[in-house]
Design a protein around this ligand. Structure first.
Ligand code: URA
Length: 270
């Protein structure tokens, strides 16, 4: 992206955030002002082996219709057997190890271009995604598309999926068992797409895919490595989920910085 295009995109972004009026003679770089001069170094963020986290209290109890361990074991086998995206989708269509499938209308697999250099991974489909069978087509998706457009990307230049392939009823948080049942498919999905860069949207996707144990506020915008099932690790970055940005517009400034960092990484690839 040229400097001129970057500056125009930044202006578009600011106008979209409501900053459409100049109130001073000199610009203020808010990324640099207001920070303590010598802020203590935050403790390092650690990456845990993916899938190693203990089940939380959100897990269904012994009366759950599907044994979580069995769901995850079946998923590993089915995902490993898929050697292209069509067979991965077909394996998910047949998979019975995730209870969410019983209440969802459609499998929500992916949208965008599987040959694109960057892959985004969100959390779980909502009502519109469930109806259309495509991820990020509701309000969050419209915001994501808008953010992408500010750095010169569109549906053809990205590939988008979720860590959960079916809508949780009433948009509740997915349980650990549901997440564990989908995870082998998510890992295989990434391995088959082999993106050059990976971006996770929101804390659940960051924890599940990248195994980062910190909060999203601390981890966002930092590049780490993702290597599961890949010949060589690729750069991966967590950022805020667009749904969170809709509720907390003030965080859009950090998001803008994260997406500029993504743009720079993409430019380095070419
Ligand atoms: N939120 C997500 O995490 N994924 C979607 O597909 C839609 C909303």
């Amino acid at each position: 992206m040229t400097d001129r295009r970057r500056r125009l995109a930044a202006l578009d972004w600011m106008a979209a955030m409501g900053a459409d009026e100049a109130i001073g003679e000199e610009p203020i770089d808010r990324r640099r002002t207001g920070r303590p001069a010598a802020a203590p170094e935050p403790p390092p963020i650690t990456q845990e082996p993916i899938g190693a986290s203990a089940p939380s209290s959100r897990d269904p109890g012994p009366d759950a219709p599907l044994a979580p361990a069995q769901g995850a074991a079946d998923a590993r086998e089915a995902a490993a057997a898929a050697d292209d995206l069509d067979s991965l989708r077909a394996a998910l269509e047949k998979f019975e190890g995730c209870a969410l499938k019983q209440t969802a209308t459609n499998l929500v697999f992916a949208r965008g271009n599987p040959d694109a250099p960057v892959m985004f991974i969100g959390e779980a489909p909502g009502a519109e995604e469930d109806r259309e069978g495509l991820p990020f087509v509701g309000a969050s998706g419209r915001l994501l598309d808008r953010i992408l457009s500010f750095i010169g990307l569109d549906e053809q230049s990205v590939y988008i999926t979720n860590i959960i392939f079916w809508r949780p009823p009433g948009n509740r948080s997915p349980t650990d068992a549901e997440t564990a049942a989908c995870l082998p498919f998510v890992r295989r999905h990434i391995a088959l797409v082999r993106p050059r860069l990976l971006v996770t949207l929101g804390r659940p996707a960051m924890n599940t895919v990248l195994g980062l144990n910190s909060g999203i506020n601390r981890a966002r915008g930092r590049w780490v490595e993702y290597g599961e099932g890949l010949e060589a690790p690729i750069p991966a970055m967590p950022t805020f989920h667009p749904a969170y940005l809709l509720r907390n517009p003030a965080q859009k400034r950090e998001t803008w910085m994260d997406f500029l960092s993504l743009r720079e990484k993409l430019d380095e690839l070419t």
